[in-house]
Design a protein around this ligand. Structure first.
Ligand code: ACO
Length: 325
């Protein structure tokens, strides 16, 4: 018996031109390149230009993904933008992306799950595609975190950056086995009791300001590895696959130490782990597709590979997805 699966047709990304190195940042706050690299693995981040909005980054990434997928924008009937840094409180950044791509059909909406936004996005779109209501979707992670950072707070401003990346997903009939191409399983979780450990201290309903990112770094770190491994074990249980079957582990790019600890705990070999946090810092919802795109471009991820995605972020929210490329 065949079944509909959401198959990845292509991936693309966009990083703003301006690069802010650790050395340059050390001239602005009391920090050093050595401290940042040792604690996080981050070496540089990209910063959006004045007048360059999250939607502009998202449009550029979407165009790159459409080009890689060899599909026309007019065939897209669903757009989801995962972001915590929308252009405006409303309308959704996704409708600006839709208009920027010249698309006037289908649906477009934003999804807010902070750093887990991309995994939440592909889980949501996968569910919609498998109903048969939509046929081709763009899932975009796009962020301008530089706009919500307190640039005088060295404990947070060194960690984040701006960027966007996207995938094109298509509903395709597959044989209905775990060897199918496409999204094989997704697992989403959240626990709002932790909401004050990583949050933005402003918003339309509470302060009528945009606010700045605040984080209890040590508390986030403590929970991250356990939550990540838990939700990945859910993916293994659902499919019968194990760490040994994974070709590529593409985690949320927040901190190299969290990634290394999670991979070690799960028994995933270091050479299977895709790490790009050194090049762009934590770009929240954009980080997983940015890493995916890097590993596709350099020839690591190929058609048929089993790719494991995971993320954890503010809320807390966390999730995993297992995809056959
Ligand atoms: N430069 C130099 N020193 C610093 C800096 C800095 N940028 N930031 C903090 N310090 C100092 C602190 O003040 C502290 O000094 P003290 O000992 O004199 O008090 C010392 O360094 C150690 O601080 P800790 O916070 O204990 O450092 P830690 O080893 O925990 O590393 C870090 C901090 C990198 C933030 C770590 O806790 C971490 O990675 N946490 C997870 C954060 C994360 O990944 N968040 C995102 C995940 S969710 C999402 O993506 C939204």
């Amino acid at each position: 018996m065949t079944m509909l699966r959401s198959v990845v047709l292509g991936c693309g990304s966009y990083l703003p031109e301006r690069v802010l190195s650790n050395e340059e940042l050390a001239g602005q706050v009391d920090t050093t390149d050595e401290w940042i690299v040792q604690r996080t693995g981050i070496r540089q981040r990209h910063i959006a230009a004045t007048g360059e909005f999250t939607s502009h980054l998202g449009i550029a990434a979407a165009k790159a993904a459409l080009s890689a997928a060899h599909v026309d924008a007019q065939t897209i009937d669903l757009i989801v933008v995962a972001t915590s840094t929308p252009d405006l409180t409303f309308p959704a950044t996704a409708v600006s992306v839709q208009a920027g791509l010249g698309i006037t059909r289908g649906a477009a909406f934003d999804l807010q799950a902070v750093c887990s936004g991309f995994v939440y996005g592909i889980a949501t779109v996968d569910a919609l595609l498998r109903t048969g209501t939509y046929t081709r979707a763009l899932v975009i992670g796009a962020e301008t975190f530089s706009r919500i950072l307190d640039w005088t707070d060295r404990t947070t401003c060194v960690l984040f950056g701006d960027g966007a990346a996207a995938v094109v997903l298509e509903a395709q009939q597959q044989p209905g086995t775990r060897d199918d191409r496409g999204i094989l399983t997704t697992h989403l979780r959240s626990d709002g009791r932790h909401k004050s450990k990583l949050y933005v201290d402003g918003g339309p309903s509470s302060t009528q300001t945009v606010g700045h990112l605040r984080m209890e770094g040590r508390a986030v770190f403590k929970h991250a590895v356990a939550m990540i491994t838990d939700v990945i074990e859910d993916a293994f249980r659902a499919t019968g696959y194990t760490a040994a079957d994974i070709d590529w582990f593409v985690p949320h790019q927040a901190n190299k130490r969290i990634i290394d600890d999670s991979a070690h705990r799960l028994g995933i070999a270091p050479e299977k782990v895709v790490i790009t946090v050194d090049m762009h810092g934590n770009t929240s919802a954009a980080s997983i597709p940015l890493a995916l795109n890097t590993a596709i471009r350099d020839g690591r991820i190929k058609k048929g590979d089993l790719v494991l995605l995971e993320a954890m972020g503010g809320g807390f929210t966390w999730g995993s997805a297992l995809v056959r490329w």
